[in-house]
Design a protein around this ligand. Structure first.
Ligand SMILES: [Zn+2]
Length: 72
């Protein structure tokens, strides 16, 4: 993990803590934003919301049917 990274522009070694090439000033690309992970999280959250709404509607239907059958 501590091996120096090579600058993609000038091939100069860049020590791990540095984010900028000391030779040419090239800014090292930091980790790409986890867009896929974010999208997946958002999708699963939406899916969970849909599941909860479906469950609530189902329970309302069951309770409604029960009331309709037994109490009316
Ligand atoms: Zn460089």
């Amino acid at each position: 993990m501590d091996s120096p990274i090579e600058c993609p522009r000038c091939d100069a070694p860049i020590p791990p803590p540095a984010k900028v090439c000391l030779n040419c000033g090239h800014l090292l690309a930091s980790k790409p934003p986890p867009e896929e992970a974010l999208r997946g999280m958002r999708a699963s959250r939406a899916a969970a919301k849909i599941l909860v709404i479906t469950l609530i509607l189902y329970m309302l239907a069951v309770v409604g049917t029960f009331i309709y059958d037994h109490l009316l």
